[in-house]
Design a protein around this ligand. Sequence first.
Ligand SMILES: Cc1cc2nc3c(=O)[nH]c(=O)nc-3n(C[C@H](O)[C@H](O)[C@H](O)COP(=O)(O)OP(=O)(O)OC[C@H]3O[C@@H](n4cnc5c(N)ncnc54)[C@H](O)[C@@H]3O)c2cc1C
Length: 282
Amino acid sequence: MHIVVCIKQVPDSAQIRVHPVTNTIMRQGVPAIVNPYDLFSLEEALRLKDKFGGRVTAICMGPPQAEEALRKCISYGADDAILVTDRAFAGADTLATSYALAAAIRQIDKEQQVDIVFTGKQTIDGDTAQVGPGIAKRMELQLLTYVSRIVEVDLVARTIVVERRAEGGVQLLKTALPCLITMLENTNELRFATMPAMIHAAGYPVRKWNKDEAGVEDISKIGLKGSPTVVSKVFGPTPRSEKAEMLVVENSTPRDVALNVLQKVFTRQVTLEQDLLDKVAH
Ligand SMILES: Cc1cc2nc3c(=O)[nH]c(=O)nc-3n(C[C@H](O)[C@H](O)[C@H](O)COP(=O)(O)OP(=O)(O)OC[C@H]3O[C@@H](n4cnc5c(N)ncnc54)[C@H](O)[C@@H]3O)c2cc1C
């Protein structure tokens, strides 16, 4: 089984700064980490490797410093790491990012057939959740989003069964390989990297592919040129005007607590009670 895990190097949490003129992310001086959501995908890929054998290849499109993020993946147990890096990729939006990554994964597939591509649910900086589905569409892979558990993989029949968290329940989905999975957060716990694995990772020759090595055929589809998205304004959310409130209801049943909360809500939203009564009446 050959699994490709897409990981993005992201600026650490709240320290993200945005260029006031170009509206692009400024990485200088901000500590970088592997996008936390991608580590759930990496762990799931490593578990599949433990069960079925095969190899896990980690791939990242990013600047030269992103090599560090790939080394982390090697320390956890990935077998190979490829950094897709070229000035021509700079300023990519999700359309251009998915184009470049799809091209590179096709190149990986030529070396050894890829059965599953993993991406995280989303990143903590761009936050769009578009890159995974974008790669799947470009590579015509079956797309499984918000996966919470891999139930079964049949390498002979080339099928996979997963649980997918949907609104109001869990879906059980079966589809054909190759597929792309976007893994949900908190679905597994990342293993520890052992000291020998860290030493191996520190010296691992991460492969670096420029746009030609990544198999990019149309340079108008990568980087800023291939990015039709325009960020017209960047701003923080308006702070909430109301603070959370603690309700102390002594010696009460759950019914009393619920009534108490509803009473408070109805006092603030005066039309809500009547709206709900109208809805129930119909
Ligand atoms: C006009 C414009 C210009 C931009 N310029 C820049 C810029 O100069 N520098 C910059 O850093 N960002 C730039 N961005 C942000 C860029 O769009 C995103 O970093 C990128 O497209 C990924 O989108 P996302 O972070 O929303 O990922 P999501 O779609 O939320 O990511 C989902 C998953 O896809 C995978 N993934 C995403 N990105 C990568 C990657 N690069 N490598 C491997 N796997 C990945 C991960 O598994 C991730 O969990 C720009 C955006 C726009 C709109």
